[in-house]
Design a protein around this ligand. Structure first.
Ligand SMILES: O=C(O)CCC(=O)C(=O)O
Length: 247
């Protein structure tokens, strides 16, 4: 099974994990994240100085490791995506990003882009030679509800029109517009082009987005470490994913 997943991830640039989260766990995760969203919306940016994007049609919060959401933390530590990736890379993992995003009704979409930048220190577009994004969908993704766009094989492109820093909107013949049931996870190479179509429904479209890199794949550019005070708030299981992120 992992061989097929590894082949798909390595060659096509992505693989799918159906039923990655059970319905029961989905309820708990959604309720934790909805709670955080409502709290931030009513109280404004919290004291913990998290990176939050407040927008009428998209809510986004990074650094979920420092929020009170034990079920999300459990996904970071024990999620199927984590297990599959660890066995493919045969190394321990560092988590370079743990984000919740809610694309609400009217969300216009995100152009095709990569989550990789070898020349920057942006931890949300990590410079690590190998990093994998794992998107756990918390709602059904439908053709009218912001399907995910993926451009298979684009992580290997040598063409100047497909380099890491480009963005483009036009639909491509060889792209996949991906729909799925809530609880599905999609894993893809951060060098792969992906994007999101508009949400034309009246429903929320929520995703838990995690990025991991194998320990051996250090960032090319130094990134800011989390302080010891911040790290001390994490459980013993969670902490190894966020410490020594340059090493
Ligand atoms: O919401 C999604 O499906 C993907 C959004 C995105 O571009 C990302 O998380 O890198």
């Amino acid at each position: 099974m992992n061989n097929q997943l590894a082949e798909s991830l390595e060659k096509r640039g992505f693989c799918l994990l159906e039923n990655a989260i059970t319905l029961e766990k989905l309820e708990l995760i959604r309720s934790e994240l909805d709670g955080i969203e409502s709290e931030v919306i009513s109280n404004g940016i919290d004291e913990k100085n998290q990176i939050i994007k407040l927008d009428k049609v998209r809510f986004m919060i990074h650094n979920l490791q420092f929020e009170n959401c034990p079920e999300v933390h459990n996904v970071i530590i024990n999620g199927v995506g984590n297990k599959v990736l660890s066995s493919i890379v045969e190394d321990s993992l560092v988590c370079t990003g743990a984000t919740f995003a809610n694309c609400k009704p009217g969300f216009p979409g995100i152009p095709m882009h990569t989550d990789y930048d070898p020349y920057d220190k942006n931890i949300y577009r990590p410079s690590n030679p190998i990093a994998i994004r794992i998107l756990y969908y918390l709602d059904d993704i439908e053709p009218q509800k912001s399907p995910l766009r993926l451009l298979p094989y684009s992580h290997t492109s040598l063409n100047k029109n497909r380099t890491y820093n480009l963005e483009f909107d036009e639909d491509l013949e060889d792209e996949i517009q991906f729909t799925c049931k809530a609880g599905t996870a999609v894993m893809f190479n951060t060098k792969m082009f992906h994007g999101v179509k508009p949400n034309k429904t009246k429903m929320n479209r929520r995703v838990l987005a995690l990025t991991y890199r194998p320990r051996f794949s250090k960032p090319l550019n130094h990134v800011e470490e989390y302080t010891d005070i911040k790290l001390s708030t994490l459980s013993n299981e969670l902490r190894p994913y966020f410490e020594n992120i340059n090493g």
